[in-house]
Design a protein around this ligand. Structure first.
Ligand code: C5P
Length: 399
């Protein structure tokens, strides 16, 4: 998406550097439009380097491309962070004496502003009247937070943290096409116990499944995330009022949780990596070398959970499976995927090639999406969140 980030002259401009970084890492194309004053706080080279685009404050640069209106016209979202009291007044009056002013007047995209100023200036009736007017015109406002301000004061007026502004921006850019849809997503990897300290496991971090849960919630779904052994920092990405987390360990627990949660679900997504086998015997005590010789581990087959969910699904319910393959080439990848989709009876199958270096524990992914009947429903690559968005696009088309 094309995002314009306007920066006005406040000390919080340093936090906007991190916001721009979050936006570019999230796959967005960001153009920074600072005011002259903003450049006294953070310089032009920083904005150019972090956004990877030329930066100017003036309406007189790049005139041939009609830059003073082109930026606003092309934007999917305009953010102003920090928005000073002065810039709020200018916005309310519709002043256009610099590139940010013309961009704001020329855009029809949503506008998100993050005010930052001293508590007195925020409470001032002029500022409050400006905020009320902007809100009435449909401008979205994030913050300000209550807390420490420049100069040692404290109170309302602190710019919201970059992560919060980023989340608000994402919410404005995501369609609400899953409003009220009940979704269950499994994520992570199962651990099949051998003894109280050891298990058979796999390298799934749960990142793709967590991204699927977060994306669904952002689009309005009610989500249950069945999380198998996911690290706290990864699971933190699923912190959302519409996401309920159920934690499980072994495949049998995952199976119980999924069967229970799927009863009420409209869409079931099985992104977890499930062990196909489990040790038949689970030793009550830790196996030691003193137990004598190399211990044999006899394995029994686990139930195929997604196949069971697919064959028990009620009319209208969609079941989505995953296939992580290590093929020789693309042809073999798709052949295997088609066979798996039929064998498991799932509606959609998300296929990715994995290996020592790819697929697992990484921030990025690349997938093929097979729709009902094995039809090609597209490919997606990039951050796991972007891949999640493409997967939900495909699911929403079928729902
Ligand atoms: O057969 P394979 O493990 O490649 O299939 C992957 C898909 O099947 C994933 O959606 C995974 O969650 C699911 N699966 C399952 N139960 C198993 C093994 C895999 O639901 N025992």
């Amino acid at each position: 998406m094309n995002i314009v980030v306007g920066v006005t002259g406040g000390i919080a401009a340093y936090k906007t550097v991190h916001l721009v970084r979050l936006l570019t890492k999230g796959g967005h194309d960001v153009t920074v439009v600072p005011t002259e004053d903003a450049l006294r706080f953070v310089g032009l080279p920083t904005w150019e380097a972090i956004s990877r685009h030329p930066v100017t404050t003036s309406v007189h640069d790049d005139v041939a491309k009609v830059r003073h209106v082109a930026l606003g016209q092309a934007a999917d979202l305009v953010i102003v962070a920090p928005a000073t009291a002065n810039s709020l007044a200018k916005m309310t009056a519709g002043l256009a004496d610099d590139l940010l002013g013309t961009t704001l007047l020329a855009t029809e995209a949503p506008v998100l502003i993050a005010p930052a100023m001293h508590a007195e200036m925020w409470r001032n009736r002029a500022t409050q009247a400006n905020i009320a007017t902007l809100r009435e015109r449909g401008v979205h406002i994030v913050g300000p937070a209550d807390g420490e301000l420049a100069g040692g004061d404290s109170g309302p007026g602190r710019m919201s943290e970059p992560e919060e502004i980023f989340a608000a921006a994402q919410a404005l850019l995501t369609p609400g096409d899953l409003l009220g849809v009940r979704v269950v997503v499994s994520a992570g990897g199962t651990r099949e116990p051998i003894d109280p300290v050891r298990f058979l496991g796999n390298r799934s971090s749960g990142r793709q499944g967590v991204a699927l849960a977060a994306e669904a919630a952002a689009r309005g779904a009610e989500v249950t995330l069945v999380a198998a052994n996911i690290a706290g920092d990864v699971l933190a990405e699923a912190r959302h009022p519409a996401i309920r987390i159920v934690t499980v360990g072994a495949a049998a627990e995952l199976a119980d949780a999924m069967k229970r949660e799927a009863v009420e679900a409209d869409v079931v997504v099985m992104a977890a990596a499930v062990a196909d086998y489990r040790p038949v015997e689970v030793s009550e005590r830790k196996l030691t070398k003193e137990s004598g010789g190399v211990p044999p581990i006899e394995l029994a087959e686990n139930e195929d959970i997604v196949a069971a969910l697919a064959s028990a699904r009620r009319p209208g319910q969609l079941v989505v499976g995953f296939a992580a393959e290590t093929p020789e080439d693309e042809v073999e990848l798709l052949e295997r995927a088609h066979r798996k989709q039929q064998r498991k009876g799932v509606d959609l199958l998300i296929v990715n090639a994995v290996g020592w270096e790819r697929g697992f524990e990484t921030a990025e992914n690349a997938v093929h999406i097979l729709g009902p009947g094995g039809v090609d429903a597209g490919v997606a690559s990039g951050s796991k969140r972007l891949v999640a968005a493409a997967i939900w696009d495909a699911i929403a088309r079928e729902h």
